[in-house]
Structures are given as structure tokens and as C-alpha cells.
Design a protein around this ligand. Structure first.
Ligand SMILES: N[C@@H](CCC(=O)N[C@@H](CS)C(=O)NCC(=O)O)C(=O)O
Length: 235
């Protein structure tokens, strides 16, 4: 049985799921709880030290612990048209810069927003106790930036400019059909204004949104929404 461990709202997890679903590969999704889920994941990975992150795919003795590797694996074993084209690595590298800058900005926003802190610990406690656990949310936000580092904030805008130029008004970045470049960039746009395809609370949505960029790159958000409408797998 294939199992994918991940955070349902995370763009890194979303892109791995999108690739698996594109190829109609069946898997069980195991939600990963940041911080508290780490010891269990380490045990399953038999990796007591070093960095662990999600998504992680377990499949018949194989462990694939990176979203891009999971998508490449899906291309290798799946029957649908391949998602990777020669141009994809460039777009994925750009999307990764945008994700890094976006994660750092969202973490900073969470540090300033008590409601977002409450929602960030929703998986740990019932509503009445979430206020008391806000320090855990703040620790989690700082921990993420320390763990993964942060691209400069301007990187997100640079990448959006590259995406706009790369698309040139077309539906896809490479060729005539969906590629992993499109999927990776749709993930980056989650840090501009998250799409309706992923459930988030109002405060979380606020923390993920950059109002200035959302206004400036409304065309790219419309592109992302069309892409989701046409290709996001119905689960
Ligand atoms: N290179 C990895 C990076 C994945 C990544 O950054 N995962 C983060 C998403 S926020 C994560 O696991 N966060 C939870 C944690 O580190 O505990 C990939 O693309 O799969």
C-alpha cells in the first residue's frame, strides 16, 4: 500500500498529491502534525537525526522524501502523460524560491496575528484551549524559518514577474498541456492569495495573503484558478 504523509494545506504536499492524482495512483493520505508528528515520522523513516520534512511517500519498501522526487516517481510508474518536460527544473527552482520567501512572510504574519496563532494549533486542542497554546504556534512559526531559512521577500515578486513573462498569456508554461512547472507555480501563488481548493480558516487565509501582490498579479491568480478548475484532482 502506498502512503503519503503530508500537511494538507502545504503547497509542497499539494504538488506531490497533484502528481500522484494526475497519474491516478492510489494512496492513503496520512496527515502530518508539525512538531508533534516528527518523532513518529523519524521512527518510520528510521532517521533519528537530521532534517525530516513532508511530503514523504512510502511505497513497497521505497521511501521518497521530497515533493519533486515524488512527482518524478509518479511520472515513472503512472500511465498518464508525463508531467516533467525539459523546461520544468527551471520553473520548479523558481517556484521553490517563491515558496521559501512566502513561507517566511506567512510565519512573520502569524507571529503578529493572535487569531492565526489559535488556528495554527487547532490540530492540537479544542477551541477553548487554543488561546493558551498560542506560544506553541509562535514557536512553530519561528522554528520553520530557522529550519528552512528564507529567501529575501522580494524573491516572490521576481518569480511572479518570471511566471507572467513565461506564460505570455498562454494556459501552460511548457507546451500545450499541464506540466509540473504549472503545478509548482500554482503552489507558489498560494502565498499571494490561497485558492479556494484548499480549506483554510479566515485567519489562515489572511496570513497567507499578500494584498499588494494579489492586486498586482490578479492575472496570475486567474490563471491559477483556471488551472485548478481544469486539472485539480477531485478527491
Ligand atoms: N524539499 C522538500 C521541502 C518540503 C518542505 O519544505 N516541507 C515543509 C512544509 S512547510 C515541512 O515539512 N514542514 C513541517 C516541518 O518541517 O516540520 C520537498 O519539496 O518535499
Amino acid at each position: 500500500m502506498r502512503t503519503l504523509h503530508g500537511i494538507h494545506y502545504s503547497p509542497w504536499t499539494q504538488r506531490a498529491r497533484w502528481a500522484l492524482d494526475h497519474h491516478q495512483l492510489v494512496y492513503r493520505f496520512v496527515p502530518y502534525a508539525p512538531l508533534v508528528g516528527e518523532p513518529g515520522l523519524r521512527a518510520r523513516l528510521r532517521r533519528p537525526f537530521g532534517r525530516v520534512s513532508v511530503p514523504v511517500l512510502f511505497e513497497e519498501g521505497q521511501v521518497i522524501d521530497d515533493s519533486v522526487d515524488i512527482a518524478r516517481h509518479a511520472d515513472a510508474v503512472g500511465g498518464a502523460p508525463a508531467l516533467f518536460t525539459d523546461e520544468c527544473p527551471r520553473w520548479v527552482a523558481l517556484a521553490d524560491r517563491a515558496l521559501s520567501a512566502g513561507r517566511a512572510r506567512t510565519a512573520e504574519t502569524v507571529l503578529r496575528d493572535p487569531d492565526a496563532q489559535r488556528d495554527a494549533v487547532a490540530f492540537l486542542a479544542p477551541p477553548a484551549l487554543r488561546g493558551a497554546l498560542r506560544p506553541v504556534a509562535r514557536f512553530g512559526a519561528r522554528h520553520l524559518v530557522r529550519k528552512y531559512g528564507a529567501e529575501p521577500a522580494a524573491a516572490l515578486e521576481d518569480v511572479l514577474e518570471a511566471l507572467r513573462a513565461g506564460l505570455g498569456g498562454r494556459a501552460h508554461l511548457t507546451g500545450e498541456r499541464l506540466s509540473f512547472g504549472d503545478i509548482a507555480m500554482a503552489g507558489a501563488l498560494e502565498f499571494v492569495s490561497p485558492g479556494a481548493h484548499v480549506k483554510r480558516s479566515e485567519a489562515e487565509r489572511r496570513a497567507w495573503t499578500d494584498a499588494r501582490l494579489a492586486k498586482r498579479y490578479a492575472d496570475l491568480l486567474a490563471w491559477r484558478d483556471e488551472l485548478i478548475g481544469a486539472h485539480w484532482p477531485k478527491r
